[in-house]
Ligand binder design. Structure first.
Ligand SMILES: [Zn+2]
Ligand SMILES: [Zn+2]
Length: 83
């Protein structure tokens, strides 16, 4: 099951479970759309994998399957990855 992390690792903006701006890699590194399309160039800076739109969990499922509340944030921010 997806963790549905609450924020972008690069800029720490909020990415609620119903956000259409959330992007994830296969490891669920989570970023916002503007970081993904901007500095990251569509690829995860941690693993090099592609970043795709995170599916939204139906609202009625969130009570039973709540999203993660652990914020993962790179304090140094995101530089353009080496690839
Ligand atoms: Zn961001
Ligand atoms: Zn990744």
């Amino acid at each position: 099951m997806l963790e549905l992390r609450p924020n972008c690792e690069c800029c720490d903006c909020d990415l609620p479970p119903d956000s259409t701006d959330a992007r994830i890699c296969s490891f669920e590194c989570t970023f916002c759309r503007s970081c993904t399309e901007g500095v990251l160039g569509g690829r995860c800076p941690n693993c090099g994998g592609e970043l795709v739109a995170r599916p939204r969990r139906p609202v009625e499922k969130l009570a039973t399957y709540p999203p993660s509340v652990e914020r993962i944030f790179k304090r140094e921010g995101c530089a353009k990855p080496p690839w």
